[in-house]
Design a protein around this ligand. Structure first.
Ligand SMILES: [Zn+2]
Length: 549
C-alpha cells in the first residue's frame, strides 16, 4: 500500500485511545497516524508516537473509543435536507402549538412563499381529532401552508394553499384519496392519501440554491453523527451536479455513493457515459441505480406471496412491473452499474432475486457488480440462501425492525414472521453480506440507534424484554461490521474505507463512550466527539465552531 513506505511525517496522530480497527482480525489498537488523507500507521502508543515530527499535531484522546467512519448504506440525502429545511412538527402536543410555529415562520417568509411542515400527529394531542384549517389560515392569510402528517399519508392545507389548488366544496375526491369536509361540504384542509397531490403538487420545485442548502444541512447532520459515507438511495442528475459543485467548493465533506433513479430513458445517458467510480479523490461515486419493486409493509403495500393476515383480499402491490425491473437491471449491468432494488415483501424479494439470477446468467461478469436488495424485510425461507449463492448484498436497516415490530405479527402472522422477518442472523449464517443503514429521513439518521437496534432488537425503552425474535440479534462486532466494512463492500469501497488500516482513507470517529463495552441502553446515549473525513477534522465538540465553515 502506498503510504507505508513514505518518509513524510504524519500530519495528525491520535493516541491513548481504544481503536476498533474493524480489520479482518478485529484488532484493537491504541494509536493511529494520518498523513494528509491517508492512514499511515496503526499500533501501540509507543510505535505510533515515534513517527511524530515537529509539524505533527498530536491528540491525546484520554482513552476514548475510535471507530472507522460510519457508513449509512441507505439514506436519502436531499430528503433529509428537505426535512431539516421544513418546519419540524414532530413532538408537538397541540394544534395551537403548530399554529404558533407557523406564525413564527410566516414572519420570516417572503410574500407568497410556501411554508411546508412535517411530522405532526394528532394522536399526541389532548384532542385527537383531525384539525381544521381556520386557525392556520388566520395566522397565514397570504402564504400557502402545507403540513404533512407524521406518516406522510395525510396533510393539512390552509386557505391560501387550497385557493391556489382550486380546491372547493365542488371538488370531488380523487381516486385513492379523500378530502375531509365540514359544513356545506367545504374542505376542512385535511387531505388523505391521493388527495394530498391536489395541494402538494402546487408546491414549486426547489431552486438550485435551496437544493444546495438541503445538501449542506444533511452534510452537517452527517458530520455531527459520525457518518462519513452515505449511499444515496435514489437521486437524479441535477442533484449529482449539485453534489459536484459543493465538493469542488470544499463545502460538502460526506462521501456519497449515488444510486440513480429514473426511467430507462432517463438512465441511458448515464449508462452511455459509464460509471463514475471516483470523483474528487473518492468524494463521490455514481455507479449504481435504484429501482422500487413494491410498497411498504405498514400500509400493506409490500408484495407478499400470500394475503395479509389482517386483510385477506390483499397481497400488496408491485410498484414496478417485473419486465421493467429486468430491463433496467439488464441495461445497468451491461453498462457496469450496480443494481439496487427496494424489495420488502417475500414476493418482491423472490422476483428481484429471480431477476438478478437471470441477468447474472445473461451478462458475463455482472455478479461482480454486487447487486443489492434494499430492505429485504420479509423473506420466504427459500430465498434466504440465495443472497449468498448469488453474491447479492442484503442492504437492511436495523431500526426498521424495531419501528415495525409492534404490528408485524398482525400483518403477516407468527409463522411468516418467524420464518423470515428481518432475519439478520439467518442471512449472515449463509455467508451473505449485510450492509446496514437507516433509510433517513424515514428513520432517524443517528447510527447509534441502528447499532442499538441491531444488538438488542428492542425499542429505546428496552421493550420487549430480551428483544424481538432475539435469535436474530447481531453481536456488537457484527453490528459494527455492518455499519463499516460491509457497507463499504456494498459500495465497492472496501479497499478505501470501512476499516482503519494502513493505506486506507483517514475516515474515523471518536466517541463519547465505548459502544463495544457499555450497557446496551448507553449505546443510545453515545455521541460523536470528533469526525474525521480524509484526515480533516470536520466535527469537533471541543472546538467552538464544530466542523462547520
Ligand atoms: Zn429508502
Amino acid at each position: 500500500m502506498l503510504a507505508q513506505g513514505t518518509s513524510a511525517p504524519p500530519t495528525l496522530i491520535f493516541h491513548h485511545a481504544r481503536i476498533y480497527t474493524v480489520d479482518a482480525a478485529s484488532t484493537v489498537s491504541e494509536a493511529i497516524a494520518l498523513q494528509d488523507d491517508r492512514i499511515v500507521r496503526v499500533g501501540s502508543d509507543a510505535d505510533v508516537l515515534k513517527l511524530r515530527a515537529s509539524s505533527t499535531r498530536v491528540v491525546d484522546l484520554g482513552g476514548a473509543a475510535v471507530l472507522p467512519g460510519l457508513h449509512d448504506a441507505h439514506g436519502h440525502f436531499t430528503g433529509l435536507g428537505a426535512f431539516l429545511q421544513s418546519l419540524n412538527l414532530r413532538g408537538t402536543t397541540s394544534y395551537s402549538q403548530i399554529v404558533d410555529r407557523v406564525r413564527e415562520r410566516v414572519a420570516m417568509a417572503r410574500p407568497g412563499e410556501w411554508i411546508v411542515g412535517r411530522a405532526w400527529d394528532q394522536n399526541d394531542w389532548a384532542d385527537t381529532r383531525f384539525p381544521a384549517h381556520e386557525a392556520l389560515s388566520a395566522v397565514s392569510p397570504n402564504n400557502p401552508v402545507y403540513l404533512t402528517r407524521v406518516d406522510g399519508h395525510a396533510g393539512l392545507a390552509n386557505r391560501a394553499a387550497m385557493t391556489l389548488a382550486g380546491l372547493t366544496a365542488a371538488t370531488p375526491d380523487p381516486p385513492g384519496g379523500r378530502i375531509l369536509r365540514g359544513a356545506g361540504n367545504a374542505p376542512t384542509g385535511v387531505l388523505i392519501d391521493n388527495a394530498q397531490g391536489l395541494v402538494s403538487g402546487r408546491i414549486p420545485p426547489v431552486s438550485d440554491r435551496q437544493l444546495e442548502e438541503q445538501i449542506l444541512l444533511a452534510d452537517r447532520e452527517m458530520r455531527r453523527l459520525g457518518i462519513t459515507t452515505v449511499d444515496d438511495a435514489g437521486t437524479d442528475g441535477r442533484t449529482v451536479d449539485a453534489y459536484k459543485r459543493l465538493i469542488d467548493a470544499g463545502r460538502l465533506k460526506t462521501r456519497l455513493y449515488v444510486m440513480l433513479r429514473g426511467s430507462l430513458a432517463a438512465l441511458q445517458p448515464f449508462f452511455a457515459k459509464g460509471p463514475v467510480t471516483d470523483y474528487a479523490n473518492h468524494r463521490l461515486a455514481v455507479r449504481a441505480i435504484k429501482i422500487v419493486a413494491d410498497g411498504a409493509l405498514g400500509l400493506r403495500g409490500a408484495a407478499m406471496l400470500e394475503p395479509y393476515d389482517d386483510e385477506s383480499g390483499t397481497r400488496g402491490l408491485l410498484t414496478t412491473p417485473p419486465e421493467e425491473i429486468y430491463a433496467q437491471t439488464l441495461a445497468a449491468s451491461k453498462a457496469g452499474f450496480q443494481t439496487a432494488v427496494h424489495a420488502i415483501g417475500d414476493r418482491a424479494n423472490r422476483i428481484v432475486l429471480d431477476t438478478f439470477e437471470r441477468v447474472q446468467r445473461e451478462v458475463a461478469g455482472s455478479r461482480g457488480l454486487r447487486m443489492r436488495v434494499e430492505h429485504a424485510q420479509i423473506l420466504d425461507a427459500k430465498e434466504i440462501p440465495r443472497f449468498a449463492a448469488l453474491g447479492v448484498i442484503a442492504s437492511m436497516q436495523a431500526t426498521h425492525a424495531t419501528s415495525d415490530m409492534p404490528w408485524v405479527p398482525t400483518r403477516i402472522g407468527r409463522a411468516r414472521m418467524e420464518e423470515g422477518a428481518y432475519v439478520w442472523r439467518k442471512i449472515l449464517a449463509t455467508g451473505a453480506v449485510i450492509a446496514n443503514g437507516s433509510d433517513f429521513p424515514v428513520e432517524e439518521p443517528d447510527p447509534m440507534r441502528g447499532l442499538y437496534a441491531a444488538v438488542t432488537r428492542q425499542d429505546a425503552s428496552g421493550s420487549p424484554r430480551g428483544g424481538w425474535m432475539a435469535d436474530e440479534r447481531m453481536t456488537r462486532q457484527e453490528a459494527l461490521v455492518s455499519f463499516t466494512r460491509s457497507a463499504a463492500f456494498a459500495a465497492h469501497a472496501e479497499s478505501l474505507t470501512g476499516s482503519l488500516e494502513v493505506g486506507k482513507l483517514a475516515d474515523l470517529v471518536v466517541l463519547s463512550s465505548d459502544i463495544m463495552r457499555v450497557q446496551p441502553p448507553d449505546i443510545l446515549e453515545t455521541t460523536v466527539r470528533m469526525t474525521i473525513v480524509g484526515g480533516e477534522i470536520v466535527h469537533d465538540t471541543a472546538s467552538p465552531r464544530p466542523g462547520v465553515r
